[in-house]
Design a protein around this ligand. Structure first.
Ligand code: ADP
Length: 482
């Protein structure tokens, strides 16, 4: 199938003013960390972007103390309307500096500029706007605490590398709106936009200590989890680390929300609009290189249309442009790290080893950086590792079904329960399926739609607590389980 030829359309990176090194952001100022610093690289080129401080236990302690002082002296005393003003200010600055954030996100993460520009950064700003609107109306949000909901105090937040700025916004905006102060740790492979956000906090004149950013890897995260001054934890990341956090805080007074892995079923019935479903399958698993916890990584397709869907899907995948993430035509960017690429390779090798049939779109890959071709496995059975384990990469496992009951049984046959998709023209079937599926989010005739007003979160090993919407505020006030 002929592909259109596109002239390169690279976004300029001159809008980003990269420093050669970055410190921690504690009490409104950048300070050197006392841990061993590390380098953040561009996964598309392996170029070193900056040297970043690692926060030691002592640095985390300083950040928690700064957050506590800001909480007791300033933030908890401020009216909701005034907190809202700061959040609106941050939201507007994010919009004003959106291009800078998008380019930096793409450089540090490897995701296509069209995604960081059109999805990550606008949605991050939208979360601040949305939560700003709630800050002076919390008494009307039907939260625990009724007319006067109370914040937890100091919140520790640990986020992953797949949507660095968006996850920061999901975490910081509701925490601040409800009157908490924050110590946030970005992932070690993508710390740079969180540090640029620290500059935004300064620009917005946010009182020192309300937001503290500590960079570092697992041990820095662990120091946040273990710190006795933390009242609540919010974590997004792997199920393995989430379980460790749940164990670490059991028996303490700390509350937690955990947003963990997923292995979503994207279910296509024979009456679905097939071309639209194919687009939804592509969005479901190839958006953001499949580095999406709610990705539609298992395609369940009704047997009667399986061959047709498969051939249309492969034809569509041959047109995906894989390469320079800064090019505005690029559909699929770089895998975020060597470690993640190795995980994807190991699991896809296991898929082949267990007898599934592997296909990829055969595209050329850049010689430097971390890359993986959009890949589809057919002939997958429920026991295959590629049907059970989260690959977190651009890899789709295709299974078939005959009846709606069988589709439900297969979709729910997973330790996870974050999301699901249904493609059919029958409304009654959508409602019946949505009722049966054990998933926090169910999309119908669409996939991977996100909105700050809509709650998001999981069942089973996908975690607990909700983020977004009014439900997302609940996790940040006293009186809830999480
Ligand atoms: P992934 O496997 O997708 O990289 P992780 O769960 O390891 O996901 O990472 C998510 C976030 O959790 C990152 O910010 C990472 O640094 C942090 N993290 C990793 N290990 C720990 C730990 N033991 N305690 C707290 N945070 C951790």
């Amino acid at each position: 199938m002929p592909k259109f030829e596109y002239a390169p359309a690279p976004e300029s990176r001159s809008v980003v003013d990269l420093k050669s090194s970055y410190g921690l952001f504690i009490n409104g100022e950048f300070v050197d960390g006392s841990g061993t610093s590390f380098k953040s690289i561009s996964p598309a080129t392996e170029e070193v972007l900056a040297e970043v401080s690692a926060a030691s236990e002592a640095d985390v302690d300083a950040a928690v103390k700064a957050a506590r002082t800001a909480y007791t002296r300033v933030w908890s005393k401020m009216s909701g309307a005034d907190r809202g003003k700061y959040l609106y200010r941050i939201a507007r600055i994010l919009q004003e500096r959106a291009r800078e954030f998008a380019v930096l996100e793409t450089l540090d993460n490897g995701k296509p500029i069209k995604e960081s520009r059109d999805v990550d950064i606008p949605l991050a700003a939208a979360h601040f706007f949305y939560n700003a609107g709630w800050a002076d109306k919390l008494g009307y949000a039907a939260l625990p605490g009724g007319a006067n909901p109370q914040p937890h105090g100091v919140v520790g937040q640990i986020i992953p590398w797949n949507f660095p700025m968006l996850m920061l916004a999901w975490k910081i905006a509701p925490a601040l709106a409800t009157g908490n102060t924050v110590v946030l740790k970005p992932a070690e492979t993508t710390p740079l936009t969180a540090l640029l956000f620290a500059e935004v906090c300064q620009q917005a004149d946010l009182p020192p200590g309300v937001v503290n950013i500590v960079t570092g890897a697992g041990p820095t995260g662990q120091a946040i989890v273990d710190h006795p001054g933390i009242d609540k934890l919010a974590f997004t990341g792997s199920t393995g680390v989430g379980k460790m956090i749940a164990r670490a805080i059991s028996g303490t007074r700390k509350k937690a929300t955990l947003e963990l892995g997923g292995k979503a079923a994207n279910i296509v019935f024979d009456d679905a609009a097939i071309d639209q479903a194919v687009e939804g399958i592509v969005t479901g698993i190839f958006f953001n290189q499949g580095h999406v916890c709610c990705a539609g990584s298992r395609l369940l397709v009704q047997e009667t249309i399986a061959d047709e869907v498969e051939s249309r899907l492969k034809r569509r995948l041959e047109t995906l442009r894989v390469g320079d993430p800064l090019d505005k035509n690029t559909d699929v960017g770089a895998i975020n790290s060597k470690a993640q690429l190795d995980r994807i390779i190991a699991l896809t090798d296991a898929g082949e080893g267990e007898g599934a049939v592997r296909w990829d779109n055969g595209c050329e890959l850049p010689s430097k950086g971390f890359w993986f071709r959009p890949t589809v496995f057919t002939g997958v059975t429920q026991t295959h590792r590629i049907a059970q384990e989260e690959i977190f990469g651009p890899v789709l496992s295709v299974l078939t079904f005959r009846t709606p009951q069988e589709a439900v049984a297969k979709a729910n046959n997973t330790p996870y329960g974050l999301s699901a998709g249904i493609w059919t023209e029958k409304g009654s079937r959508i409602l019946w399926m949505a009722d049966q599926l054990k998933a926090g989010v169910v999309w119908a005739n669409t996939f991977n739609q996100f909105d700050p007003t809509s709650p998001f979160g999981g069942y089973k090993e996908s975690g607990y607590g909700r983020e977004g919407g009014r439900h997302g505020l609940e996790a940040y006030v006293k009186g809830t389980q999480s």
